[in-house]
Design a binder for this molecule. Sequence first.
Ligand code: SF4
Length: 341
Amino acid sequence: MSALVPAAGEPDEPNRGDSGDATASRPADAIWKSVIGATGSFGCERETFYRETVRDEQGWRLRFPATADIVFGVAIDSLHERLTMLHMTAGPTDEDGLREWLQDAATRAVGVARGRDLVRPLTDDEWLAFAESVLLAGEKLLGLWPNRVKANGDRIPDPEGAGPPVTWLDPEPGTVLRSQHRMSAPGVVGGRGISGRPDYAVMSAADGSIVGWADVKALSRAGSYPAKWTAGEAVAYDYMSTYENGGVVPDWHAYIEYRRVAKPYWAMERAPVLPASVRLAEAYFTRWERALDGDDPDALSFNPKACARCEYREPIEGLHPGCPIGGASLDISPAPDESDS
Ligand code: SF4
């Protein structure tokens, strides 16, 4: 197999959760961002309830095999982080140097993906195609691919204009970029607290306050994350940033998206953070608290579009009776065969 595809079972970084968290959550952990993330524009708030309340015999939240799409997103997170940190520490270099970075980062990213349990194991040919897709994403990130990219909604030529996407997070003077900065806000959601790690935080070099945060997403189509600023994930990050800033909202939040359309491209959507984000987060927290305190998933919204791929749809022996909403939804609209995922 290609040098880009490390042997199975030899990831060179620890397995990460869907959110990029490097460790599984312990029984007493605050509600993790990966749990909150299920309330995103394509998630289901009821699934969040099950992720938080259905535990194994030791009290741990359950982990499930991932789909190929989720694992691709994990690889893109790893690739982006590695290339961004190399860019930050070493600065621009020639094409040969960039390709050396890329080879190393892509191999690591595929290694991370190979360490994950999959719903359906990929064949060698599929892993090769996977690795080539990761490599292509890296070429576009570094500006090695003559293509057009998108920043803040405007198509711009690359490498002219805003520069290659790897430069989009270049910190302003007086700020520093941190990857995987862990944030938390204790006390909310009835004392359970929340915690999570956006892929990046830009912080003031003077006082360590959070100026902005950014998260990397791999999407299957253009603009497929429309409700991003009001979804549970974004407002939870806004809330935690504000909490860590002593009540001052960060200046901005951003999603850096790799959009896997016919001609894939990187896009960054960045917006100012408004105090209303904090109020909206508090409204989510109040609702989650009521549902969790009352052990009542019906207190939350649900999203039948998410049922086909939901791990809580079916009964889990001795732990979970199966979601009645999912059962009813699939009677009406059966799920596709999982071997298609
Ligand atoms: S089966 Fe459907 S409604 Fe039930 S938790 Fe999962 S996604 Fe939500």
